[in-house]
Design a protein. Structure first.
Length: 95
């Protein structure tokens, strides 16, 4: 845990010192876009088996959670409080 903390601390100090540079802002926005693209690719790769196997309730719950949080912008806590018991119940009945 020590080395990552040191690296992030050094980067924070460097950003505090050179944060106003326009070039640095452009570089960081490019890095953020690349990180977002990688995150989407990893999520798609991890979710693909869930959707390609036989159809069950898991994809429906995932789509409902995505729509509720990302599109409807409902609080994650409330969405989780509703969908978690539904998901567990569906999983128990599946057995």
């Amino acid at each position: 845990m020590g080395p990552p903390l040191i690296i992030v601390s050094v980067l924070a100090v460097l950003y505090a010192h050179y944060g106003e540079l326009e070039t640095l802002g452009r570089i960081l926005s490019g890095i953020a876009a690349a990180a977002a693209g990688l995150l989407i690719a990893v999520v798609a790769k991890m979710a693909a088996p869930m959707f390609t196997k036989r159809w069950n309730s898991a994809p429906v719950i995932a789509i409902l959670a995505f729509v509720a949080v990302a599109i409807m912008q409902w609080p994650l806590l409330y969405v989780f409080a509703v969908l978690a018991p539904i998901s567990v119940t569906l999983a128990l009945f599946k057995r």
